[in-house]
Design a protein around this ligand. Structure first.
Ligand code: ADP
Length: 446
C-alpha cells in the first residue's frame, strides 16, 4: 500500500510539475512577444516622427539596419512596396492583404506574428499609417515558441528534476505517515491498547476491533468446548476400559461380572448420549435451518414427547400433565428441532423433580405469540445459577446430572434452537419449590 500511495503521489506530482512548467513557458513567451512588439512600436513611433520624406527614411533605415536586425518597409495605400530595408522593393509582391498592413490602413496601426514553415522562427510585424498616407511597417525575426521552449528546456528540465526529487521525498514521508497508524493498529490489535489514528479511521478500527474480539472470544469458547468434551469423554471411557480389563483378567466372577457388564453398558450409553448431543450442537452451529422451516403443530409434538417420556417419568415417580393445550397450535419452525427442545425441557422437569412430583406442560396462544411453559415441582435452581444453565457443560449439581444421564448440553441445545426460531426463553425458579421454563414464539402470517 505504501508503494502504491507513493507511486500515485509521484504520478500526480509529475503531471503537476510538467503542467506548471508548460504554462509558465507559455506566459513567459507571451511576455516576450509583448516586449518585441513594444520595441517595434517604439521604433515605429521614432521613425514616423523623425522621417519626413523617403530620402530621410532611406537614411534612417540604413542606420537601423546597421544597428539591429529590424526590417523597415514603406508601403503605399494600395499595398505596393515603395521601399524595403532588406529586399529590393520591386522584388516584393503587393502587401495589401497582409493583416498588419490591413490593420494600419483601416485603424491606423496593425500587428501580426507569423511563424516560419519550419516552426523554428517567428516574424513580428508592426505597421502604422504615416501622415503622408503611406504605411510604415517594421518587422523583426525572433524565436518561435518551439525554439523558445528548446532554448529554455535545460533550465526547465533542471527545475523539473529538482522538484521531482523533492516530491519523491515528500511522497515517501506522506505515504509513511498515512500507513503508520494502520501498521500500529495491526501490531496492537490483540494487545487491547487504544490506538490513536485519524478520525476517519475510527469506525473502521472499532469494527475491526469488535470483530477481532469476537474471533478471539469464539476461538476461546471453541478451545474451552474441546477441552470440556475431551474431559467428558474421558470419564466414561476410563470406566469402560477399567471394567473390561477386570473381566479380561478373569477377576469378574458371578455377580461381579454382571455388575461390571452393567457399568460398561451404562458408560457406553453415556458416551453415545454425549456424542449425540455434541453432534447436534455442532450441526446447529454450522447449518442455517431456516430454509427447512414449515408450519408445525406444537400440540402434536408435545403429545409425542410425553409419550416418549412416560416410562422415564414413571421410573422417577413423576407425573406428566398437559394442561390447557389446544388441539392445534401452529408455529413456524423445524419439527425435528422443536421436538428436541420440548423433549429436553420435559426431560429436565422429570430428572430434577422430587418423588411424586409433577411436570405441567402448558401452551398459551395469544394474538402475536405462542407461549410454551414447562413447569415442574422439583428442586429448583438458585438465582446465581439461573443465568448460567444455558452454557455448554454447565451443571448445578454434577453428580445428580450424571446419575440421571445428563450431559450438561441439553439446555445449550435448547437455547440454540430458541435462537434459530427467533424465539425467547425465560427461567422462573425457586430453590426447593420448582422451575418454570417459558419459550415464546412469534406468530408469522404464513
Ligand atoms: P443436564 O444434561 O445436566 O441436565 P442441561 O443443560 O439440560 O444439562 O441443564 C443444565 C443444568 O441446569 C442441569 O445440570 C441442572 O443443574 C439445571 N437444570 C436444568 N433444568 C432444570 C430443572 N427443571 N430444575 C432444576 N434444575 C435444572
Amino acid at each position: 500500500m505504501k508503494k502504491r500511495l507513493q507511486m500515485n503521489f509521484l504520478a500526480i506530482a509529475a503531471v503537476s510539475i510538467l503542467t506548471v512548467l508548460l504554462l509558465t513557458s507559455i506566459v513567459l513567451y507571451n511576455l516576450f512577444q509583448e516586449e518585441v512588439m513594444e520595441n517595434l512600436q517604439v521604433c515605429a513611433y521614432v521613425l514616423e516622427t523623425d522621417v519626413e520624406n523617403v530620402e530621410m527614411l532611406e537614411q534612417a533605415m540604413q542606420n537601423i539596419k546597421r544597428k539591429n536586425d529590424i526590417r523597415v518597409t514603406i508601403i503605399d495605400p494600395q499595398g505596393n512596396v515603395l521601399s524595403d530595408s532588406k529586399v529590393e522593393s520591386h522584388d516584393l509582391e503587393n502587401h495589401q492583404n497582409r493583416p498588419e498592413v490591413q490593420g494600419a490602413i483601416e485603424k491606423g496601426e496593425g500587428k501580426a506574428i507569423r511563424t516560419s514553415s519550419t516552426l523554428s522562427k517567428a516574424s513580428f510585424y508592426y505597421a502604422v499609417k504615416m501622415k503622408s498616407g503611406n504605411i510604415l511597417r517594421l518587422s523583426k525575426e525572433s524565436q518561435s515558441f518551439l525554439s523558445f521552449l528548446i532554448q529554455i528546456s535545460p533550465f526547465i528540465s533542471g527545475i523539473a528534476i529538482i522538484l521531482f526529487f523533492v516530491c519523491m521525498l515528500l511522497s515517501r514521508l506522506l505515504a509513511r505517515s498515512i500507513v503508520r497508524p494502520i501498521e500500529t493498529l495491526a501490531c496492537n490489535m490483540g494487545s487491547g491498547k487504544p490506538v490513536t489514528t485519524y478520525k476517519e479511521l475510527t469506525p473502521f478500527i472499532t469494527t475491526i476491533q469488535e470483530q477481532h474480539e469476537d474471533i478471539v472470544k469464539s476461538s476461546q469458547m471453541r478451545q474451552e468446548f474441546t477441552a470440556n468434551v475431551s474431559h467428558e469423554l474421558k470419564t466414561p471411557l476410563t470406566s469402560i476400559s477399567g471394567y473390561s480389563e477386570l473381566i479380561e483378567n478373569g477377576m469378574a466372577k458371578g455377580e461381579d461380572a454382571v455388575r461390571f457388564a452393567g457399568e460398561i453398558h451404562t458408560n457406553a450409553n453415556r458416551l453415545l448420549t454425549l456424542i449425540n448431543d455434541i453432534l447436534q450442537l455442532s450441526e446447529l452451529d454450522d447449518r442455517d435451518f431456516s430454509d427447512d422451516f414449515t408450519m408445525v403443530n406444537v400440540s402434536e409434538i408435545i403429545d409425542k414427547c410425553v409419550e416418549l417420556l412416560t416410562l422415564n417419568a414413571k421410573k422417577h415417580d413423576v407425573s406428566l400433565v398437559t394442561q390447557e393445550v389446544p388441539e392445534k397450535v401452529m408455529v413456524k419452525g423445524s419439527p425435528k428441532m422443536l421436538e428436541e427442545l420440548i423433549y429436553n425441557l420435559i426431560d429436565n422437569g422429570i430428572r430434577y423433580n422430587k418423588e411424586k412430583g409433577t411436570v405441567y406442560i402448558r401452551v398459551e396462544e395469544q394474538e402475536h405469540t405462542v407461549q410454551l411453559r414447562v413447569v415442574d415441582t422439583g428442586i429448583g435452581i438458585s438465582k446465581e445459577h439461573q443465568e448460567r444453565i444455558f452454557e455448554r457443560f454447565y451443571r448445578v449439581d454434577k453428580s445428580r446430572s450424571k446419575a440421571t444421564g445428563g450431559t450438561g448440553l441439553g439446555l445449550a441445545i435448547v437455547k440454540h434452537i430458541v435462537v434459530c426460531h427467533k424465539a425467547t426463553i425465560e427461567v422462573h425458579s425457586k430453590e426447593g419449590e420448582g422451575t418454570e421454563l417459558v419459550v415464546t414464539f412469534q406468530k408469522t402470517d404464513d
